[in-house]
Design a protein around this ligand. Sequence first.
Ligand SMILES: [Zn+2]
Ligand SMILES: [Zn+2]
Length: 239
Amino acid sequence: MKKLKMLILDLLFPPRCAFCDDVVPIGTALCSECSEHLRGRFAAVKLCPGCAKPAQDCICGSGLCFKGCVTVFEYNKTYSKIFKILKTDAESKISDELALLMAERFAQSDLSKLDFDYITYVPTSEKILKQKGFDHAALLAQKLSALVGIPCCAPPIIRKDDSEIQHKLKGSQRRQNAEKSYRAAKDTAVCGRVLLVDDIITTGATLNICGRLLLSCGAKEVYCITAATTLLSGKKQEI
Ligand SMILES: [Zn+2]
Ligand SMILES: [Zn+2]
């Protein structure tokens, strides 16, 4: 019944590309041109295998606990619309589109040569989950899991309800805030090699604290994958 309602809504209000707003086929959220555009953003750039940033932005010296990271395109004002839809509209197919781009990038990277035991994600807080009704990183992780054939598990990590929103903070504040925003859930454990999913990597602080918590809960190695990365050294720099 819900599917029929969705189909009628799609016919009455055809889905639109999350980036350029053109009408797109039902079941999609990016037009083929925009999808190709995002896929090719880093085609000519060598990204650091440790942190998924160009050499001038490398954050590996900040003591990252994860062993590698891959990403698809850069996060900036132009692309922020895509993430706004991802974070606010659970019915949008944008999570499918981003998961597909991430799965392709995963398959092209050295990470695909490793055996992963689990995919998990950076969790949102219970409070935000109740307000929004969904966790966008969980959606990305579940859809990526189905595409790459690695089981997805809920993270043994809790995001505290009173934690500040990370993107509103700057450099060192982000690190301090990330440290106090997450804690390990009681009586939970993970094992083996884990792929940690988030939508965007900026300073790496959130992925780093969540990675550390995964390691403290029994993971042997943590690698990360995100849809986008923020370019730190030159926000106006064109690639
Ligand atoms: Zn488009
Ligand atoms: Zn690096």
